[in-house]
Write a protein that binds this ligand. Structure first.
Ligand SMILES: NC(=O)c1ccc[n+]([C@@H]2O[C@H](COP(=O)([O-])OP(=O)(O)OC[C@H]3O[C@@H](n4cnc5c(N)ncnc54)[C@H](O)[C@@H]3O)[C@@H](O)[C@H]2O)c1
Ligand SMILES: [Zn+2]
Length: 279
């Protein structure tokens, strides 16, 4: 059954001359990153947060930067270091090779904040980070300015889950926070993500004008926060583009829109691209 779908995926790829790569947290799992699927998945990655009786939605809240910045930076500082230290799995390279084959006519749309597509060599002008990037910070005070997080490194006592230092805004002295969309977050500065979206919209318009045949390859996008899945489906409907949805648990998709591969991102991409290369 999966073989049939792989054949179909291969066909979609052969017919496409533009590709939209969409990805959620599951894309990073095969690089060794946690997704935050359910409380258990999240607590497995952050046992101390379980002991504090908090779940992902509780801790991913901007209120901590005002009230308990050392706890907030323990969580985000740990994630920042983890994402910096992680190397993208081979599936990223396969997608990049496909992008090159179609004259770089691609765009990446992701809710991941981990910067793994940039690290894998994708052009940062062809990426929408719809929930922001952990590699950027903003002031949590009134000035809200966005800066690269390159110089930020946070020492963390993992036993008590407290940052020993918290990065501060040089302009006003308020604590900095990652430039990512959290829960109940009305202070996220979305300027950077909005600029990326403008480029993406332009790309879509040009694609329509040029009559390109678009293929959407989606990996690891969950149902709970369904921004990425909805984007794949909306663009599929609008442009009559096929979707290849790769997800070991949530691969369902209507036949009209495309096919679902019931496996991890790396395995799925290997099956598709090995298949193509061996022809
Ligand atoms: N790396 C990151 O940047 C990161 C990590 C965790 C959460 N988040 C954020 O949390 C929110 C969670 O939403 P989400 O839907 O992206 O994540 P999610 O944790 O809700 O869902 C992850 C999805 O990935 C699938 N999955 C698990 N293993 C996989 C694998 N090996 N290959 C492919 N898919 C796999 C799961 O079945 C699930 O559907 C998002 O807003 C995202 O910004 C980001
Ligand atoms: Zn400031």
């Amino acid at each position: 059954m999966i073989e049939e779908k792989i054949e179909q995926a291969k066909q979609f790829i052969e017919e496409a001359d533009a590709v939209l790569i969409t990805a959620g947290a599951g894309m990073g799992v095969d690089s060794g990153l946690p997704d935050f699927r359910g409380k258990n998945g999240f607590w497995k990655a952050y046992p101390v947060i379980e002991q504090l009786g908090l779940d992902f939605e509780d801790i991913a809240n901007p209120g901590w930067f005002a009230n308990e910045p050392n706890l907030a930076w323990a969580f985000y500082g740990h994630r920042l270091h983890l994402y910096r230290a992680t190397n993208p799995h081979a599936g990223f390279r396969m997608l990049l090779a496909l992008a090159k084959e179609i004259d770089n006519y691609y765009f990446v749309y992701t809710s991941n904040v981990d910067g793994q597509f940039q690290k894998a060599g994708f052009d940062q002008d062809k990426i929408v980070e719809v929930h922001g990037s952990i590699h950027h910070v903003q002031c949590s005070g009134a000035c809200k300015g966005i800066l690269k997080a390159n110089n930020i490194s946070v020492e963390i006592d993992m036993d008590i889950f407290q940052a020993l230092t918290t990065p501060l805004c040089k302009k006003c002295g308020d604590v900095l926070r990652p430039n990512i969309l959290m829960f109940c977050d009305c202070s996220w500065n979305n300027l950077r993500s909005n600029k990326q979206e403008v480029k993406y919209e332009k790309w879509l318009k040009a694609l329509i004008k040029q009559g390109k045949k678009l293929l959407i390859i989606e990996m690891g996008a969950g149902k709970d926060i369904s921004t990425v899945r909805m984007q794949s489906e909306a663009i599929s409907q609008k442009l009559k583009a096929k979707v290849i949805r790769i997800n070991p648990r949530d691969s369902t998709i209507s036949d009209k829109l495309g096919i679902g591969l019931d496996c991890g991102a790396l395995v799925g991409l290997e099956k598709i691209f090995n298949n193509i290369n061996s022809e």
